[in-house]
Design a protein around this ligand. Structure first.
Ligand code: COA
Length: 182
């Protein structure tokens, strides 16, 4: 699903392209991004067109709200790019890897299969598969006993446990939505 507010196929913001509108059009059209059918592209996501290959987002990948995927980048199968994260041009986020909230992966870097990049990290070196890196510049977090549940799930469960329980009024929500729908 590609959210209607997402911008897929923006020309890459290189100097040449910004100076030359015709080059911008060529760049956006020639290497238009390839987004797999089962990928999720959330609200206000931007995905640049490529400059020498297609920017690609593979099956099951999640691009959450306000994230950005730079030109020629590859987002692997089931990888998760969290809200506000920025993936530099030509970077590769391999299958099942997760890039945390507001993290930045510099151009050409590789985040290996199943690796986790912590919230707010700046990845300046390749992250080996399965490792957890955080900080600016990002470094490997020493192994310690981790909660076996995914980090996001831990947060969600904690929040749910403290929420007051009440009936969710689906009809009221639907009515409110119908009233404001354009
Ligand atoms: C990096 C991360 C995976 C580590 O999780 P964890 O293994 O459970 O780590 P802990 O919370 O036990 O923290 C371990 C240490 O790393 C530090 N740390 C944790 N996350 C950090 C981050 N993002 N940046 C810098 N340091 C971090 C902690 O302060 C702690 O340091 P200390 O030992 O000096 O006290 C996690 O903190 C994170 O950032 N996850 C991303 C969450 C996210 O973006 N979710 C998206 C929702 S869509």
């Amino acid at each position: 699903m590609i959210h209607p507010s997402a911008m897929v196929g923006e020309p890459p913001e290189t100097r040449e392209v910004l100076r030359d509108p015709a080059a911008a059009e060529r760049a956006a059209g020639r290497w238009f991004p390839r987004i797999a059918g089962s990928a999720h592209v959330g609200p206000f996501v931007t995905v640049d067109s490529g400059t020498w290959r297609h920017t690609s987002v593979c099956d099951g990948a999640l691009l959450l709200a306000h994230s950005h995927v730079g030109h020629d980048a590859l987002i692997g199968r089931d990888a998760e790019i969290c809200t506000g994260a920025v993936i530099g041009g030509h970077a590769e986020i391999q299958a099942g890897a997760k890039v945390g909230l507001n993290a930045t992966v510099l151009p050409f870097r590789i985040v290996g299969r199943g690796a986790v990049v912590g919230a707010g990290a700046v990845v300046t070196k390749n992250v080996p598969a399965g490792e957890v890196w955080a900080g600016n510049p990002a470094r490997k977090l020493e192994d310690h006993e981790r909660d076996p549940r995914p980090h996001t799930e831990r947060g969600i469960l904690a929040a749910v446990e403290t929420m007051p329980t009440r009936e969710f009024d689906h009809d009221a929500v639907r009515e409110a939505w119908e009233a404001i729908r354009p």
